[in-house]
Write a new protein. Structure first.
Length: 444
């Protein structure tokens, strides 16, 4: 019963962070119009992202040294406080301040949850837990837009922010009950020498990612400056050898960034292409993404039941991402029937559903005690920054080519193919083998 409450609380917390991430993106146009801060629109996103990078690095080491209890509940408090501040904000500047606090708190929560999984659940259950986490991230993208639209139209945009703290408090009570008596207090080692410098590099990385975001909109000098900053700062936050895909954890972190970057870079352009170039309604365009979200959930479910080995998950999933992106990209050409996009994105979604949670499992398997937080932090920082770079670079290519949709899919395909090439380097001998039947999630 204790583990059941813990699982429910963990999944609920992940779902709320994911829902708010999606909901803010949908509601922000209305927010900017009401608060009169359209010129600060981008900062509402890049500021939260910057705070999240710092929070992820801090939370990872904090969880390793002191245990996940303190960063988890500090993160929950920051997440709730930031949302409340944003929901009550009288100006765009105050809303951005709330987004900074929210982003920082949400990052602490995300990385602390990984350490909770590592400490509480036996290794055989990690695939199931991370399949639940993956589904918890995907489901809001399916049901969230309709819910957010209803909230904005009936209650007003402020309640997009103010309702979630209430739900977070309820989820926190369930999570608190589930954590009772579990080994989540106390750490394994002392302070890491030079950790203050690492936090500094996290802040520099956030600045570089922000420059790339702003530079993607027709400002190549900013884009180049951001890329140079990241080239210097980002490797200091990732396992040594990540950028050359060294075998083991570096390849795991690199593959997560490449796969997610390819997926997101293609996903963000699909609705624009289908509506503006192929004449579909927003609803019809959205259904293409919904199909991919459904197969992401299905593949995550299969991964959790270890239908395939780790190696098969990564190789097959990476191949499906590449194939799906390629097939989706053909719809950029008028001669290709627009209906191709639906099965194509279903394939892509299934691929990322196999890859994404498998890499989470491998990160914990390849981490020594006292390193789960730092390595989970590296995984999440790499994913976030690679995705920002992928979207920024493909956006710049799109603009330079005069709204050339094919350029986005070509660049995303390159990322997916590189991921496919390094997938075999992400698993070791122990991870290659499918394990026997896993114990149930419930029970003491």
């Amino acid at each position: 019963m204790t583990r059941r409450a813990l699982t429910v609380g963990l999944v609920a917390m992940v779902s709320l962070v994911a829902f708010e991430y999606m909901a803010v993106a949908i509601a922000m146009p209305v927010v900017a119009e009401k608060l009169g801060g359209l010129e600060l629109y981008g900062l509402a996103f890049s500021g939260a992202m910057a705070a999240a990078v710092v929070g992820t690095v801090l939370g990872g080491r904090w969880a390793d040294v002191r245990g996940p209890w303190a960063p988890l509940w500090t993160g929950v408090a920051g997440f709730v406080a930031g949302l409340t501040l944003a929901g009550l904000a009288p100006s765009m500047e105050m809303l951005i301040a709330g987004r900074l606090v929210q982003g920082f708190g949400g990052a602490l929560v995300n990385v602390a949850l990984y350490v909770v999984v590592a400490r509480v659940y036996p290794e055989e259950l990690h695939p199931k837990i991370f399949s639940l986490f993956a589904t918890a991230w995907v489901v809001p993208s399916m049901v969230g837009p309709a819910i957010v639209g209803l909230i904005v139209d009936t209650l007003g945009w402020r309640w997009v922010f103010l309702l979630v703290p209430i739900l977070t408090a309820l989820s926190g009570l369930v999570l608190l009950r589930g954590l009772a008596g579990q080994p989540v207090r106390g750490g394994q080692s002392g302070p890491e020498p030079g950790f203050g410098r690492k936090l500094g590099w996290a802040a520099v990385t956030a600045v570089g990612a922000g420059l790339m975001q702003y530079g993607s909109d027709g400002r190549p000098l900013l884009l180049l400056a951001g890329l140079l900053v990241l080239a210097v700062a980002l490797p200091r936050l990732l396992p040594a050898g990540t950028l050359r895909a060294a075998r083991g954890l570096p390849a795991v972190v690199g593959l997560r960034g490449l796969a997610t970057g390819a997926f997101i870079a293609a996903e963000v352009i699909i609705p624009l292409m289908l509506v503006n170039e192929r004449g579909l309604s927003p609803l019809a365009a959205g259904l293409a993404l919904t199909g991919g979200a459904l197969t992401w959930s299905l593949a995550s479910w299969l991964q959790g039941r270890e239908v395939f080995s780790r190696t098969t998950n990564l190789r097959l999933g990476s191949a499906m991402i590449a194939l799906g992106v390629l097939a989706t990209g053909t719809v950029a050409f008028a001669a290709v029937p627009v209906g191709v996009v639906y099965p194509a994105w279903v394939i892509t979604g299934f691929g990322i559903g196999l890859v994404y949670p498998t890499l989470s499992v491998l990160t914990l398997e390849l981490s020594a005690p006292g390193e789960q937080g730092a390595n989970s932090s590296a995984l999440q920082v790499g994913e976030s920054v690679f995705s920002v770079v992928a979207v920024a670079v493909t956006g710049a290519l799109f603009t330079a080519a005069g709204s050339g949709y094919w350029t986005v899919f070509a660049a995303a395909l390159v990322l997916a193919l590189i991921g496919l090439a390094i997938a075999p380097r992400s698993t070791g001998r122990a991870a290659d083998q499918t394990k026997g039947p896993a114990p149930q999630l419930v029970g003491a």
